[in-house]
Write a protein that binds this ligand. Sequence first.
Ligand code: NAD
Length: 483
Amino acid sequence: MTTFLNDGLARNFLAGSWVEGDKGASIAVEDPGNQDHVADCAQAREESLAQALEAARASFERGDLADMKPAERGRLMIRIAQEIRNLADEGAKLLCRESGKTLDAARDEFIEAAQYFEYYGGVADKIEGKSIPLGPDYADFTVFEPYGVSAQIVPWNFPVSIAGRSLAPSMAAGNSTIIKSPELDPLALAMLGVALERAEVPTGAVSILNGIGSDLGAKLVASSQVDQIVFTGSVPTGQHILRSAGDNVVPSLMELGGKSAAVAFDDADMDTLMSSLKSGIFYNAGQVCSAMARVLVHRSIYDQAVERAAALANGLSVGHGLENPDHTPVVSSLQLQRVEEITSTARQDGARVAAGGARLDREGYFMAPTILADVDPASRIAQEEVFGPVTCFTPFDTEEEAVAMANGTEFGLVAGVFTRDLARAHRVARKLRAGQVFVNEWFAGGVSTPFGGVGKSGFGREKGLEALYNYVRTKNIAISLKV
Ligand code: NAD
């Protein structure tokens, strides 16, 4: 049986073994719902990183995954998916406590991670090149090759599902992978190693290391032993990582932040808008890169929309994630401070607080579900990512004005259109500057729908078949038939 978590200490999954990491250093993990100490996490540093890199390279050179028959690699991934499903109940309790999210949401993360392995396991033997006609004297074709060692840095808001989202296509393509878990909630992601171990992933093909971003994370992405970088997180960290990627000329995939807008026209179905708002900004306490952070509403239904949104926010049940309430804490004391600080600037910038606006007076790091109305689109709250349960309402009069406002930030992750007019939905969806546009349902889509940003929301796509091609490079083989 695994030694993943013993005596309150979670280990690193390093080249098939559970290890404590360098010099006994550890990270304390706190429950944001009640400030309890959940467990400690053994911290990996330079020495463990060197071992993981060496093991990943050796596994790649041996062809452990890359030379495995593709269908067999697919079956290995399906076994991983099953093991993740087997761990979902146990893992959800851990994830719920360390991240603050509801037990149901935590369980959903494990299921989603399993779905990535099922999806990409199914395509492992379908990564097909093409033949290129050069006339009778040549045979020319392309093959897709794995990069080698993929370094993956994961954020705390969805540690398990995001790790699955990047690890599964990386494995399907035949890469070795090293994952750095987020320091605020590393436990459930470390547990993913249990699924890998039980499914008998080749030694070294995947390691999961727990460490501090500015230490382990920075060293991992700066290593000359890394062939590809996948980063999901904030813009400043992404910029930092891109500098390292530039130094080593390493391809990278950047999944960064957002300030996504829903545009609700005069014919929008108000109930649909409200149910989308509920998940769009209050799921996971708004700590979602693709959250509905702005709501632009046609003036004719604006007052009604603000009133309904405020009633919705005020009516949410609040509690510890284990109780599966509507509304849960943000991840840490620092995050709460940040959310409160930026929300207070909104007031100074003329926004009207229709609901919430400050932290809740209770144990844990709870921000009140917050609806800000009459928000100036140029103000800080309308331009910066809050990453909390706070959304901004602004009225508009014309379609052109709505599109300009929606496109008026430096981000472009997702956007939404709420209307019964299909022609308008198509027209506006095409004009919105975003990697994904939801029509009449925020968060529509799933593991098979490509996802990624425009502008400072990043580049490259995750999810769907599209994502697979971030994890391979094309080789062309041109054969002369004249000899
Ligand atoms: P963050 O950038 O602070 O940290 C993300 C990860 O990077 C963590 O694992 C951290 O340890 C690591 N890190 C920090 N400094 C590093 C460095 N110098 N080198 C290498 N790694 C380093 O972000 P966060 O606060 O964990 O996550 C929230 C952000 O992530 C938000 O901006 C959110 O929008 C974004 N996000 C984007 C997506 C997406 O798919 N586009 C998904 C989830 C979250």
